[in-house]
Write a protein that binds this ligand. Structure first.
Ligand code: SF4
Ligand code: SF4
Length: 149
């Protein structure tokens, strides 16, 4: 099945095909960075410490099809769990934006037709990360960053 024309404007998240759901991802890689959550306030801080499977340049998962086997804590986002996870997801994430009833940003690859547009707009984590196997978890707070947006 091919993508329906401008499906993100007319089809609810729960009615999208698997292909449409996957196409919503802009490839920014920000959800694959480790976060620190303040247990008292619930505030979430983003770090530049990336999941061990994230490629810093492409911002893609190195083993997307078998990621759950290699990284059991990886969260597989779906229409049924987005409400639970939206609070920590990047502000520019297409899933979060549509779930909030908002539009896709103008640099989104679905609108530009170019997967590089997310990087050109400075939204992605390209060349900004350090792999988690290089940083002890107790030092993650030294790597807190502002979300590229
Ligand atoms: S933050 Fe959202 S849009 Fe960006 S890579 Fe993750 S799922 Fe895709
Ligand atoms: S396993 Fe892949 S998709 Fe999951 S957080 Fe790591 S890099 Fe991202």
């Amino acid at each position: 099945m091919s993508l329906r024309k401008r499906f993100w404007e007319t089809v609810p998240l729960s009615k999208m095909s698997e292909e449409e759901w996957e196409a919503l991802c802009d490839g920014c890689g920000k959800c694959c960075l480790n976060k620190i959550e303040d247990a008292d306030t619930g505030e979430v801080f983003l770090t530049r410490v990336a999941c061990r499977l994230l490629d810093d340049y492409s911002c893609q998962c190195g083993q997307y099809q078998i990621r759950k086997k290699l990284v059991p804590e990886c969260i597989q986002l779906s229409p049924s769990n987005i409400e639970e996870h939206a609070y920590w997801m990047p502000a520019t994430c297409a899933y979060r934006l549509l779930w909030q009833g908002r539009s896709l940003p103008e640099w989104h690859p679905l609108l530009t037709g170019d997967p590089e547009s997310v990087h050109a707009a400075g939204i992605s984590v390209r060349n900004r990360t350090v792999p988690e196997f290089e940083v002890d978890e107790e030092d993650w707070e030294d790597h807190i960053i502002e979300e590229p947006s």
